[in-house]
Design a protein around this ligand. Sequence first.
Ligand code: NAP
Ligand code: ZN
Ligand code: ZN
Length: 352
Amino acid sequence: MSLPRAYSVKAYSAADAKSPLASTTISRRQPAERDVQIDILYCGVCHSDLHFARNEWGFTQYPAVPGHEIIGRVTAVGGGVKKIKVGDIAGVGCLVDSCRTCPECRAGLEQFCPDMVMTFGSSDKHLGGGTLGGYSQSIVVTEEFVLRIPANLNPAAAAPLLCAGITTYSPLRRWKVGAGQKVGIVGLGGLGHMGLKFAHAFGAHVALFTSSPGKAADAKRLGADEVVISKDEAQMSAQAGSFDFILDTVAAVHDLNAYVNLLKRDGNLVLVGAPGEPLSIAAFPMLMRRRSFSGSLIGGLPETQEMLDFCGRHNIESDIEMIRMDQINEAYERMLRSDVKYRFVIDMASLK
Ligand code: NAP
Ligand code: ZN
Ligand code: ZN
């Protein structure tokens, strides 16, 4: 097999699980017939980037280039590309390819395709090695996995929609969250603040559970009708048995049972947070009220475009703090201290 022609770009990578990220050079393939080449303007910083850079999920290949909330300007397209043209603002999320033929792909649920290719951390079938993410100057992606960004959205504040947005939008839609329901969002970080905005936009009564009392005022501004301090047992027990749906975005090991106890009969606790260690659930609180516990993984391409279009119509963006590429290690430390308001976004011009 001959490898496609490639070009070099600057990037930031982790050399191993313990080293800080540092400047490097990586290869990208030259765009082929169905490919879109994007000059990356902004890349959001997801907690998954940190889990991956530090091998907390156990499958990281090094050097690792994280980043899957990518917004940029299209600089070249292959001759067969139809939906995007040179000069457009375009987005790339957590997926860059899939098999296109399995039942999951045919259902538009590419995230569950057995052969899905993640933006970082999968095998790169074009250039070999692992796929390399958005902490870089440019990326080349097949057009089916490139998203259109509504023109009224600020491109930097739209970047986090590509992961934090779809990861919260998808379960709220799947479980039909809306008016007349009491909904909880656990954790006010990147995912949590988007979960608040969507649950509020869908018309639910929304409670934010936070371990950081100082975030209460922001939570109300972002769409919470009430704020519960999760470390306060009296506040937690006052909510027992009252929720239809709770979305848990916490990035670390924590007590799920505290949230199971807050569900009504047939209520559902959905986990999107992805700590590397197992979490435990007590049997009886699940049995007694026929409660459910589920997981959810990002969203497929059609639903991601639907979410972006919804955000365009409702002017929903992420609340961001812009950083330079060389501030990424400090940003990771702040993320671990739950000190993010509410998504870091890298200004990729700082990598030039
Ligand atoms: P983040 O910005 O760091 O937010 C996580 C929030 O969880 C924190 O701000 C904090 O909120 C709360 N928290 C953190 N540690 C806690 C602890 N020990 N106990 C209680 N609460 C704690 O992270 P993110 O980018 O939103 O990502 C959250 C998780 O979702 C990560 O594990 C990430 O890998 C995962 N994820 C999953 C998917 C998916 O498809 N399922 C997609 C993207 C990300 P408070 O200060 O309000 O308590
Ligand atoms: Zn992510
Ligand atoms: Zn497939």
